[in-house]
Design a protein around this ligand. Sequence first.
Ligand SMILES: [Zn+2]
Length: 265
Amino acid sequence: MRAIALHADVLVATSALLSVNCVVVRGGLGADADETFVIDSPVLPGELDALATLLEQARFPAPSGLLATHGDWDHLLARLAFPGVALGCAQSTAARLRASPGAAQRELRAFDEDLLIERDRPLALGSVQALPVPGRCAVGERELELHPASGHTGDGMSVLVGWARVLVAGDYLSALELPTLGDGGSLEAYLATLEHLRALAQRAEHVVPGHGPVLDAERAQAILQEDRSYLLALRDLGAAAELPAGRRNAAQRRLHLQNVTQLES
Ligand SMILES: [Zn+2]
């Protein structure tokens, strides 16, 4: 796991698997106001175990809240690191989790079985807190802005850490992975979310995608443009759509064909 500081109050840890980003946010410095939230999660057991140490070394207090940008299993694992801490997510995500109880656990188990990963305990999401989105969420003496972000899936949110100028996008704006239409995903909703992210990214110095490298503002706009062009081509040309440069390997071509199938269904 690689960890870097984007701001005095913001760390990002990138999992060695799937390049999933976990973002840690501290809301202020006062002894009473000091509070830390963890957004999304790394994947490997050792990485999850290392999160508490990472926070200690950075002199961030232990987390008082966990957030998930959306309900895909690979973003829900922070409860394995901090089992006593409540998980919050967008109302849309809470509804999705309620509608498919155990789905995240089943997908995690299948993934772990494929890669022979063993874990000390099963994933228990606890009583998930549904947050109104759009909305705000207090962290210590600061506030996170929560913005709707559907399209990749039918649920989800992006989180703007305004004072630190960091945008946590969710599964959008990845330099490694094509836009994909997953559980409840919609091409039109995806395009609308990209427009919303375009405006939000203008208020950020760093954009953290769900998977892949942290982007500066200029690179984020470039990826956004590539993603938009790809989705428009996917809509109009289907399988013949050209893939963005840098995202044309065999795995990305498979994702592209999944998108084509999803649109035809
Ligand atoms: Zn993901």
